[in-house]
Design a protein around this ligand. Structure first.
Ligand code: NAD
Ligand code: ZN
Ligand code: ZN
Length: 398
């Protein structure tokens, strides 16, 4: 089959690789009809290169049609249409019983000290072949995949794999008081949905912050008050529109590659260029100042407020402004989304006739897989208004 494989920093290619096969009785094979490109893939493209090996298949936002199931998969049949959560969980361990699916104890990558295995996400998360491919082997298919109807187009359901539950959890963890204010840093796919969900769930004032005009406009169309962060005054602007206090809640939907922090990006590039082992050690232990947006969220939240971190961070000993956090009495919540925990709440929303979250219009690009390398580059550069890319492996490049 054809699959998007990683070969080095900013070097991804579409290669021919062996088709996946059933290895465990709880596996299923899915023929992918749509597969998202995520901001998390950009971390692999540029920063976390020391945890990848050439030939690794990327991608963790799939949906498609069941081709084949193992002997112990009784919930699915060939021909079923499914969307697959990015975390791989068993559904029946201590963590899964508590709906903490991103911490599943059956798939935890213990040798790396990490949580549940993820599709297409480095050896830290199990080096499971990813979903930007024609076919995908789905472990624990007796629990993970979500069966969906056949009437609506893929784009309505695809974001149940990651974007919508991640944004929902980001808002949930932000504990926005009824009618209160929430500032969302970053208006990529995750921040867009978080801002829209916050409005939908009754926040009084939703403020969205980014530097890309098209992304600001997309949020504005959903009733979000937007702030252009390019002049470095985002925090002052948040304060100015929240009575000088700061927002009740703040969501970080940027993560470790914030723009506008040249020192951090230089240091990140340096760790990315080191031999793998050294680079990994640096990224694991020494820490690099990559917290520029996170530090802004601490500044922008009001005393006694909550910061919810959806953006992905790495590193160990980055300086944390503990005095500020303690003095302000800030609550912090964060982590990988427990996708299946939120499906009962978000599935009816994406299916609603009036599409309140605008899932149908989120993708700016629907592309054949063969165009993936160029799409990675454009998505990273935020070129030409690209906001969300969906690969359709079944379509031809012509
Ligand atoms: P993205 O890269 O498209 O979005 C990031 C946005 O942040 C961009 O629009 C960018 O312009 C903006 N930005 C950069 N620097 C900024 C600054 N200084 N101030 C304001 N905005 C700034 O990615 P995405 O797909 O929306 O993902 C966002 C983050 O969420 C990533 O870190 C991704 O890894 C993470 N993520 C986490 C989970 C989870 O389970 N917690 C799941 C999916 C994605
Ligand atoms: Zn994702
Ligand atoms: Zn489990």
């Amino acid at each position: 089959m054809r699959a998007l494989t990683w070969h080095g920093r900013r070097d991804v290619r579409v290669d021919t690789v062996p088709d996946p096969i059933i290895k465990e009785p709880t596996d299923a094979i899915i023929r992918i009809t749509s597969s998202g490109l995520c901001g998390s893939d950009l971390h692999l493209y540029e920063v976390l290169t020391m945890y990848l090996e050439p030939g690794d298949i990327l991608g963790h936002e799939p949906m498609g049609i069941v081709e084949e199931v193992g002997s112990q998969v009784h919930n699915l049949r060939p021909g079923d249409r499914v969307v697959v959560p990015f975390n791989i969980s068993c559904g029946s361990c201590f963590m899964c019983d508590r709906q903490l699916f991103a911490q599943c104890e059956t798939t935890q990558v213990r040798e790396q000290g990490k949580g549940a295995a993820l599709f297409g996400y480095t050896r830290l998360y199990g080096q499971v072949p990813g979903a930007q491919a024609e076919y995908l082997r789905v472990p624990h298919a007796d629990f993970g995949p979500i069966k969906v109807g056949t009437d609506l187009p893929d784009d309505r359901y695809l974001y149940l794999s990651d974007v919508v539950p991640t944004a929902w959890q980001g808002v949930e963890y932000a504990s926005v008081p009824d009618g209160g204010s929430v500032a969302v840093f970053g208006l990529g796919p995750i921040g867009q949905m978080a801002a829209r969900i916050a409005r939908h769930r009754g926040a009084g004032h939703v403020i969205g912050i980014d530097r890309v005009p098209e992304r600001l406009a997309a949020a504005s169309a959903f009733g979000v008050d937007v702030i252009d962060a390019s002049d470095g005054s985002a925090v002052e602007q948040v304060r100015a529109c929240t009575g000088g206090r700061g927002a009740d809640s703040v969501i970080d939907a940027v993560g470790m590659e914030a723009h506008g922090a040249p020192v951090a990006s230089l240091a990140q590039r340096a760790t990315g260029l080191l031999p793998d082992k050294l680079g990994a050690a640096l990224t694991d232990r020494m820490g690099v100042d990559r917290l520029s947006v996170l530090l802004q969220t601490f500044d922008a939240v009001r005393r006694g407020g909550t910061v919810s971190i959806s953006g992905v961070y790495g590193g160990m000993v980055d300086p944390m402004p503990m005095m500020t956090l303690f003095d302000k009495g800030v609550t912090l919540r964060m982590g990988q989304a427990h996708v299946k925990a939120w499906i009962d709440q978000v599935l009816p929303l994406v299916e609603r006739d009036d599409d309140p979250l605008g899932t149908a219009g989120l993708a700016t690009d629907h592309l054949p897989l063969e165009q993936a390398p160029d799409a990675y580059r454009r998505f990273q550069q935020k070129e030409g208004g690209v906001l969300k890319v969906v690969f359709q492996p079944g379509t031809s490049a012509l």
